[in-house]
Design a protein around this ligand. Sequence first.
Ligand code: AOF
Ligand code: ZN
Length: 353
Amino acid sequence: MRQALSLADRGAGQVAPNPLVGAVIVRNGTVIGEGWHQRYGGPHAEVHALRMAGDKARGATAYVSLEPCNHLGQTGPCTEALVAAGITRVVCATRDPNPKAAGGIERLRAAGIEVLSGVCEADALLQNAPFFHSARGALLPFVTLKLALSLDGAIVGASRRRAWLTGPEAQTAVHALRASADAVAVGIGTALADNPALTVRLAQAPRVAPVRVVFDRQARLPATGTLVQTARETPVYVLAAPDAPAARTDGLRDAGVTVLHAADLSAGLQALGAQGVRHLLVEGGAQIASALMAAGLVHHLIIFQAPVILGAGAVPAFAALPGQDADTAPRLRVLERRGYGADLMTRYAVSGD
Ligand code: AOF
Ligand code: ZN
């Protein structure tokens, strides 16, 4: 199953809004087939793995990171493909929450196939967290908040002069995160200070480039900046307050920016959800990070911790949140931890929904 999960990852950026799925076919302890869902609308993982296994699939076990689908979508039902190939045992990581595709386990059992579900389930749920979130009917996107911080938890030093905290390996990892999101967002403070492009450049180009989003209540995003200048190539959404100056919102619209009006963050996220954004990656800065955390709108928090101490006067990432004591502050659950060069990446679960 671990192999199936790692094969599934190869579809990253290419299969959304479908989930990442991997499959491994094993007979007499030998892997005879491997596959993954490679692109949206293309064959499912099981189909690729069965193709590789060929006639040897008869009597074999299939490990799949998601319950095999039981529907005729853009591709045939995987249940029927598994039955037709003579698979006698199916092990899956978790149920498919998509009501159209579900029921695969029952269908396989009815065909006399032994089915075991729930193997490596936590890993499978983590791998497709935004998919499971939207499949549960959530209207707001799944929000991943990513921040690069110093060892003392700061975003920038006392001088406020912006400089890279993390190294090139972490930058590459961030671009991979962007590639698997539907939208990449920053607050207007960061947009003004950094003039970011928010595009995917250091990872394989995703099937659909993520849209760029700026939390910008007063529509201050400058017409001369990179985002507005490239808005006709890759969409830019500005989330503005209902009373944002019309002269500015009109100017942005004329430049090809989509202006969405929302009274608060939750309404802003709902507006993004209505535009088809299921997974939103927020890259800071401190103000939007704190505001989203305070509103309980963050699902995963990813911290890239750089081996740098910024010391006196540095700006802490969450200074805008209410003060807490260590013994009573809620503790975040660690979901994943990895080194990227000299930096340490930790993914935390913030909201359980
Ligand atoms: C599987 N194996 O590899 C994947 C599954 O439109 P379709 O035909 O591509 O179906 C998409 C749905 O199928 C998707 O929403 C999810 O429920 C399931 N994905 N199922 O058996 C796979 N990718
Ligand atoms: Zn399928």
